[in-house]
Design a protein around this ligand. Structure first.
Ligand code: CP3
Length: 346
């Protein structure tokens, strides 16, 4: 099948469809027993990310089971920090643990010297996937947006209040700007290589954009992601790029007005009628079912799906969650969701 005929690409182009394409953030993961099996065989989570054969396998698992319209490369946003030279690990039950950047001296240790060599296995996973995926499935490559990745690099892991990252933003402006600039350059190059390896669509995850004051959001979420889009499109003018600026509320309008993103991924707090009237005329939308509804299943799930389909409908829309699948999700509920969306539960 030609790329232009794939359902996800047709939705991004604004075609009216019988039912929207569907894929789910974190569709490969711990809620699937087969993922847990491969993950145990790989050793650590990062070993899995850097093993092209096993990373390809876990990317394909949810496609085999549910027949989603898109597959997302199995990796993590923090491989970029790892490839820039910062030690990254993942601890069971704790999530990512990094050797936190303390100051400009730590930052100066990082660089692009071994970047592509380090990420070679990820590019290889992308090309294997292009060869192995069903013809109708769109392959999505991805990266974290600079603010979200910078926050992990400065905090040393997940954070409640982002106090260290914001102390750089407000008190070490030069170091913070240098870190964001480094991430813009690294992320642009990383995404260009993914496209060259076979990615057909890209998604940028700015999971913590919603923690920023509106003006800071424009400076450190909108501006860097806009620059990345410009850098990638300078090499690949046609590549569709979806942005997920999670939690920005009315700020979604700023991203829609920027006019450069192919689609915006909405978190579950965004009002559907507002999104339909204010955002969808300007940009394709993706979202935004509450991941906990997928845990609940049943009537609540059917109602939630119908609500979204009725409002965001069949044009310029990709069905997804408002954030990633949680490990407690019963796989049967995911199968039910795909059926509901394809049958038009609206
Ligand atoms: O299926 C997919 O969506 C593709 C793979 C993918 C993962 N992480 C795998 C993963 C993608 C696209 C991501 C993105 C990611 N990683 C984000 C942005 C999206 C979001 O969820 O907000 C962020 C913030 C991260 C950083 C990260 N990775 C955290 C905070 C954690 C720990 C929390 C958790 O869920 O365990 C991870 C680990 C991680 N990334 C897992 C998976 C499958 C679980 C690790 C394991 O299997 O042990």
């Amino acid at each position: 099948m030609k790329k232009a005929d794939k359902l996800l690409i047709r939705a991004l182009k604004g075609e009216t469809l019988k039912s929207p394409p569907i894929w789910l953030m974190r569709q490969a993961g711990r809620y699937l027993p087969e993922y847990r099996g491969t993950r145990a065989a790989a050793g650590s989570f990062l070993d899995l990310c850097y093993n092209p054969m096993l990373a390809t396998e876990v990317t394909l698992q949810p496609i085999r089971r549910f027949g989603f319209d898109a597959a997302i490369l199995f990796s993590d946003i923090l491989v970029v920090a790892d490839a820039l030279g910062q030690k990254v690990g993942f601890e069971e039950g704790r999530g990512p643990v990094l050797e936190a950047l303390k100051d400009g001296k730590d930052l100066a240790q990082l660089g692009l010297g071994k970047f592509h060599q380090h990420l070679g296995p990820v590019y290889e996973t992308v090309s294997r996937l292009r060869a192995d995926l069903p013809k109708e499935t769109t392959l999505i490559g991805f990266a974290g947006a600079p603010w979200t990745v910078a926050s992990y690099m400065i905090e040393g892991g997940s954070s409640r209040d982002f106090s260290k990252a914001k102390s750089w933003m407000y008190g070490r402006q030069q170091d913070f700007a240098a870190l964001i600039a480094l991430l813009v350059e690294a992320t642009s190059q990383y995404l260009i290589q993914q496209v060259e390896a076979g990615a057909e669509v890209l998604q940028l995850f700015d999971s913590w954009a919603g923690t920023l004051a509106h003006n800071d959001m424009r400076l450190f979420s909108l501006e860097p992601t806009r620059q990345i889009v410009a850098n990638v499109r300078a090499v690949h003018p046609e590549i569709p790029i979806i942005l997920f600026p999670r939690g920005v509320g009315a700020g979604y309008l700023d991203f829609a007005e920027a006019g450069v993103f192919s689609a915006l991924s909405l978190d579950q707090s965004v009002p559907l009628a507002w999104a339909r009237d204010q955002l969808q005329p300007r940009v394709a939308l993706q979202g935004n079912l509450d991941p906990q509804l997928l845990v609940a299943g049943g009537r609540a799930l059917r109602f939630g799906v119908g609500h979204i389909l009725n409002r965001l409908g069949k044009k310029r829309f990709i069905f997804n969650l408002g954030h990633g699948i949680v490990p407690e999700t019963p796989p049967e509920h995911v199968a039910e969701l795909v059926k509901l969306v394809r049958e038009g539960a609206g």
